[in-house]
Ligand binder design. Structure first.
Ligand code: FE
Length: 186
């Protein structure tokens, strides 16, 4: 009987030890610091370049209400109203919908059109193009290469070296300064 008791005591101790060593359940790890700043948008990432093909019903849920009509419905913000049209900070502009890198500040130029304007993208494929014949005009629409969000339009009246003008909506962009002390526009 004493042996049985001893056996059960040892078994109980072993089980307790096993439980203590059981790893805790894996937690969902944020892929980047920026995800933490976009808590309602699980698709936002500045490191993941996987293309996103999501229905507008999903974007409607995860995007800020003021961004949705521009990013998913092609609306244009009024000229001279966005926060970046005359901003000169040094850094990178990302897609506000998904975090994809789009433009560097050294490709931004002072444009009188009232929207932030760039003469080239940060890398090939960061944006994609679509023919836009709305409002009786033949224009080239510029969309995010990762999520397909509407960013603005491309024109051929830009400065050297490309002669291109990427005319963007401020609200579709998110600026990240190279130096953290740089003041971001509100
Ligand atoms: Fe995007």
């Amino acid at each position: 009987m004493k042996l049985m008791l001893l056996f059960f005591l040892m078994l109980s101790a072993a089980m307790t030890a096993c439980q203590a060593e059981t790893p805790s359940r894996p937690t969902v790890k944020s892929t980047s610091m920026q995800n933490a700043s976009h808590p309602s948008n699980p698709y936002y990432s500045r490191t993941d370049t996987t293309k996103l093909e999501l229905p507008d019903t999903v974007w409607k849920k995860v995007l800020p209400p003021e961004l949705y009509p521009v990013a998913r419905q092609g609306a244009t913000e009024p000229a001279f109203t966005g926060k970046y049209w005359d901003y000169e900070g040094i850094g990178t502009y990302f897609c506000a919908a998904c975090g994809n890198s789009l433009f560097r500040s050294d490709a931004k130029f002072a444009s009188t059109c009232g929207w932030p304007s760039f003469f080239e993208t940060v890398r090939p494929g960061s944006v994609v193009y679509r023919k836009d014949t709305s409002f009786g005009m033949a224009r080239t629409e510029v969309l995010c290469g990762r999520c397909g969000a509407h960013l603005g339009h491309l024109f051929d009246d830009g400065p050297p070296p490309t002669g291109k003008r990427f005319c963007m909506n401020s609200i579709s962009l998110e600026f990240e300064p190279d130096h953290p002390e740089t003041k971001k526009p509100q």
